[in-house]
Design a binder for this molecule. Structure first.
Ligand SMILES: *Cc1c(COP(=O)(O)O)cnc(C)c1O
Length: 395
């Protein structure tokens, strides 16, 4: 018995407004369809240099060590922690959602001594709380924080935290997976030492690479390790020899096509300009949130700390949020996210990241939600949500 060969691939065309992946520009898809070269081909080495230079601009850093890890955002997270932490090292992790919890889990697997800071999901850590933890914990190797907590829609302020960590002899590690390219990420101004991101959120490329940058201070700490990095694949010392201009020593085969994709996505980011791009993300988020408020949704993250790239709101009271999301996907081809952990069944997470952050997308998702809530008997006269969004656009 042989099973029949499946038909040629023909996936549905969805509007991706979930927590990632976001919509991908046709320019990026075209770049991915261009011919392969070898990963040590001089032509590819030029492409790598270009990607590194553009990543420095987007991360707003001068760090020479600015590369893309082969793997998704979680690979960047693991690389960041596994290279820095040695058994017994104390690491303070801010846990206010799924991704902070993932960092804490990795610290444990590296044999680190975890000091977990917690606030309710949707809130952020005050600088004073981090300072107090640093004073109490004794010798601390690193403080790890999530800039944009995708599970709650909260944005952690990072101003002054690099200096605070350095005053206590600690490194500052930051997850910018859902902020890079959508919300200001200012690595050098923060004084952050290890910062990683992902390609499929605000950079709007497919998932598969994790941009990562290391300060000279972080590089010294990694060089001074007592033992080898326990991960061979994510050993930044060895990966550095591949990305370093002039060396380019084989470590593993770079995912060429993904590097093409990232290169084109970064060109699009820089053509738009960082400030214009951040303003666009803020504007469409404002319009979306106004429309959602008209439907009876309330923001999950605390006032003044809401992420424009990931809009997390409680579903309207009395609504089966999962049923609405399912109908949104099957009847309207629109993907949005549900809640994770304690927020499961309670919230919607609507991503307006990169290419997804557009007026037509905001209007489409609000109009579709109004149709579905009317169907569920929760909205009498549809139109109020779209009207509220249009009011923001008119102002
Ligand atoms: C998506 C995400 C990750 C993990 O990225 P993957 O690409 O799913 O591995 C890590 N941190 C944050 C904040 C994220 O949003």
């Amino acid at each position: 018995m042989t099973s029949p060969i499946p038909a040629e691939l023909d996936p549905p065309q969805r509007l991706l407004l979930g927590p990632g992946p976001s919509m991908v520009s046709p320019r990026v898809l075209r770049a991915m369809a261009t011919p392969l070269v070898g990963h040590l081909d001089p032509a590819f080495l030029v492409i790598m240099n270009e990607v590194q230079a553009m990543l420095r601009q987007v991360f707003q850093t001068q760090n020479p060590f600015t590369i893309a890890i082969s793997g998704t955002g979680s690979a960047g997270m693991e690389a960041s922690l596994v290279n820095v932490i040695e058994p017994g090292d104390t690491v303070i992790v801010g846990v206010a959602g799924v991704f902070g919890a993932r960092m804490a889990e990795i610290v444990g697997r590296c044999g680190g001594r975890l000091v977990k800071l917690e606030v309710p999901w949707g809130q952020v850590f005050p600088k004073a709380a981090i300072e107090e933890a640093l004073k109490k914990a004794g010798k601390v190797k690193a403080v790890a924080l999530v800039h944009a907590e995708t599970s709650t829609g909260a944005q952690q302020p990072l101003e002054g935290l690099g200096q605070l960590c350095h005053d206590h002899g600690a490194l500052l590690v930051v997850d910018t997976v859902t902020s890079l390219g959508g919300v200001p990420v200012t690595v050098d101004a923060w004084g952050a030492d290890v910062v990683y991101s992902g390609t499929q959120k605000c950079l709007s490329a497919p998932p598969g690479l994790s941009p990562l940058t290391l300060s000279p201070r972080a590089l010294e700490v990694i060089k001074a390790r007592q033992g080898k990095c326990p991960s061979w694949y994510l050993d930044l010392g060895m990966i550095a020899d591949y990305w370093a201009d002039g060396k380019r020593a084989y470590h593993h085969t770079a995912p060429i096509t993904m590097v093409y994709a990232l290169r084109e996505a970064l060109r699009i980011v820089l053509e738009e300009g960082l400030e214009a791009r951040f303003a666009r993300h803020r504007r469409h988020s404002q319009a979306l949130m106004a429309g959602l408020a008209a439907l009876g949704c309330t923001p999950n993250a605390s006032e003044g700390h809401r992420l424009p790239s990931l809009n997390c709101v409680t579903a309207p009271p009395g609504v089966d949020e999962a049923a609405v999301r399912k109908a949104l996907l099957l009847d309207f081809d629109i993907e949005i996210g549900g809640g994770l952990g304690p927020l499961a069944g309670k919230v919607w997470r609507i991503g307006l990241m990169g290419e997804s952050s557009r007026q037509d997308h905001v209007v489409a998702v609000l109009a579709a939600l109004e149709v579905l809530l009317k169907r569920a008997g929760r909205v009498q006269r549809p139109g109020a949500a779209v009207a509220a969004a249009l009011e923001v656009y008119a102002s």
